[in-house]
Design a protein around this ligand. Structure first.
Ligand code: NI
Ligand code: MN
Length: 226
């Protein structure tokens, strides 16, 4: 499983020969827009955690380019289906066996309204059980006791957690989240994109290290192999 970071909560995941894009927000991200060409991205699926602009901005363009299936909660899926896109609707606690692996839409504590006021349902995160590795993408969320449910079903190899604070968990709560999901390997996301979520990266890494955990922070366009 190869995971590439495109800024904010945007990721590309390659698993079982399939290309998945998570929460594409690239053309509007000052840190990403000159480094990533959305027209060059491959996608079989686009997974959207919730309807906020910093998660869905480039979903339509990428879906149009690639014919990818948009996977999200029911409300978000219907929003894109009405616009003519291919969708797969899910809802919280539900899983589906896709050709890339098993995907479950899990709870998040946040909000989820499109910029035009359209209802985006309740926000979520994803648990992907791939061929050999399992990952949790928390999406925008507070620290939540529901995270403890995840390791009851899935042994995680990586947790993708927001660490920018203000709109989501900050570093200290993300360390507790890492305990709750029983995964010490964390990819930090949702930080430094704009003023409210600027963090001290070295201090964040040290806090995780001191807690016996590994916080990875990737440059835009950088990848890790699981
Ligand atoms: Ni959000
Ligand atoms: Mn966000």
């Amino acid at each position: 499983m190869k995971i590439t970071f495109y800024g904010q909560n945007s990721l590309a995941i390659e698993v079982s020969g399939k290309h998945i894009i998570i929460d594409p927000f690239i053309t509007g991200n000052p840190l990403s827009k000159d480094k990533v060409d959305i027209n060059a991205l491959q996608a079989d699926y686009i997974l959207l955690t919730h309807a906020h602009m910093d998660h869905v901005l480039d979903a339509e363009a990428i879906a149009r380019n690639t014919g990818a299936v948009i996977v999200s909660n029911y409300e978000i899926a219907m929003h894109y289906q009405e616009k003519g896109f291919k969708v797969h609707p899910m809802n919280h606690g539900g899983g589906w066996q896709f050709d890339f692996g098993h995907l479950k839409y899990v709870a998040a504590i946040h909000s989820s309204t499109f910029d035009d006021g359209t209802d985006g349902g309740f926000p979520g995160g994803f648990v992907i059980e791939g061929e050999h590795k399992n990952i949790y993408i928390a999406g925008d969320t507070a620290l939540s006791m529901d995270m403890k449910l995840i390791p009851m079903r899935t042994k995680l190899d990586l947790a993708v957690l927001p660490i920018g604070d203000n709109f989501t968990m900050g570093v200290d709560d993300a360390i507790i989240a890492s305990d709750f999901v029983e995964c010490d390997k964390v990819l930090g996301v949702h930080y430094n994109t704009f003023g409210y979520i600027e963090i001290d990266s070295d201090a964040a890494k040290k806090k995780f290290y001191d807690a016996g955990k590994d916080l990875m922070l990737l440059d835009i366009g950088a990848s890790i192999e699981l």
